[in-house]
Design a protein around this ligand. Structure first.
Ligand SMILES: Nc1ncnc2c1ncn2[C@@H]1O[C@H](COP(=O)(O)OP(=O)(O)OP(=O)(O)O)[C@@H](O)[C@H]1O
Ligand SMILES: [Mg+2]
Length: 338
């Protein structure tokens, strides 16, 4: 897709102790659009978001490898200042997490940390962002009262105001409506549609309906692997791979049953195509070949070539920087002349 990338994720891996939760994720996130990262529960939504603003480092036993490039700077480089990075990226959590202080102080907190001391200016900022988050009218008469007394929907809007008050470029939202009533949820969704004019919004969600309503761009992750990504309309109308299709159809995502495996690492040029095509010939229609390849471009060319022959590429998994696993289902009985 043609777009200006705001964030480039390159071969991002995350382990908790010895368990790998994210596996060689490489994808670009467009600027000033809503990107929905659709992930079934427990598959790494929160992990991915926290890896984008380095909150993940606060966890024990976590290991991160790879690059996350924001505005042309790798956020994992030594030079990056964490406070500045967090300012750039506001995080809206699954459950609203208001600070144990007044409504006013919740919003003033960030600007104060970033050096604003003038009381009048702070009051203006608080009012501006409470209005922006649609909360001002409801709270203007009790602005110095405790934030914890607000309803959950109001608390989430307060968290949004708090996030916006530091003027971020990117809004990271972790299932921001899952704890909310339908009216508050709808309000947040509509707010996001407005916010994308000014901010890059990344929304992780397991809700297909929500993604269908508001996403411009969709990334589908499953079991730590990036399965598929692209413009929302294309992914929803015409998903390329079988796991995306199963999830969209509300079916169980099953492991692909492999009938034959072919390791073509360290194989070169035309040999790759010849060997893969001969292996396809030996399979019965409906059977699946898994090819392992250690060259990205060849992986793509092989997929295209086999699809051109009438077979179906079910999945392509990035196993490492170089290695790809391509799963192909035989669909026709073509005899190749090589
Ligand atoms: N600090 C940690 N230590 C060990 N394992 C962890 C830790 N945090 C998360 N995990 C594991 O990593 C996997 C992904 O977790 P994560 O919280 O990112 O998923 P999620 O998609 O946000 O889940 P949910 O839908 O429940 O919010 C899970 O298997 C989880 O148990
Ligand atoms: Mg989560």
């Amino acid at each position: 897709m043609d777009f200006k990338a705001h964030i480039k994720i390159k071969d991002l891996n995350v382990w908790y102790e010895r368990h790998k939760t994210l596996n060689n994720i490489s994808v670009e996130i467009p600027e000033k659009k809503i990107t929905a990262i659709i992930v079934p529960s427990g598959c790494g939504k929160t992990t991915l978001l926290k890896a984008l603003n380095r909150l993940i480092e606060l966890q024990d036993n976590v290991r991160i490898e790879g690059n996350v490039i924001v505005d042309n700077e790798d956020i994992y480089s030594q030079k990056v200042e964490i406070t500045q990075l967090r300012k750039k990226m506001g995080l809206l959590s699954q459950k609203p997490q208001v600070l144990p202080m007044s409504i006013y102080e919740n919003v003033a907190y960030g600007p104060k940390i970033h050096g604003i001391k003038d009381k009048k200016l702070l009051a203006q900022i608080v009012e501006k962002y409470l209005k922006e988050a649609g909360l001002w009218n409801e709270v203007k008469n009790r602005i110095h009262g405790p934030a914890s007394k607000l309803s959950i929907g109001q608390q989430q809007r307060l968290c949004l105001a708090r996030g916006l008050a530091v003027e971020p470029e990117i809004i990271l939202a972790d299932e921001p409506t899952s704890a909310l009533d339908p009216v508050s949820a709808k309000w947040i969704e509509e707010k996001f549609l407005e916010l994308r004019n000014k901010y890059t919004v990344i929304l992780v969600t397991h809700s297909l309906d929500q993604a269908k309503r508001i996403a411009d761009y969709v990334i589908f992750l499953y079991m730590g692997n990036l399965i598929e990504y692209g413009p929302a309309a294309q992914i929803f109308r015409n998903p390329k791979y079988i796991k995306t299709k199963s999830y969209l159809d509300g079916r169980l995502i099953e492991d692909i049953k492999v009938d034959r495996e072919l390791d073509l690492r360290r194989t070169t040029g035309n040999d790759i195509f010849a060997k893969a095509k001969y292996a396809m010939e030996e399979l019965a229609i409906g059977q699946v070949l898994k090819v392992i390849i250690d060259h990205e471009q060849t992986g793509e060319e092989l997929s295209r070539s086999l699809e051109h022959d009438g077979h179906k590429v079910l999945e392509v998994i990035r196993k490492s920087k170089t290695d790809r696993e391509v799963f192909i289902k035989k669909q026709t009985a073509t005899v190749y002349e090589i």
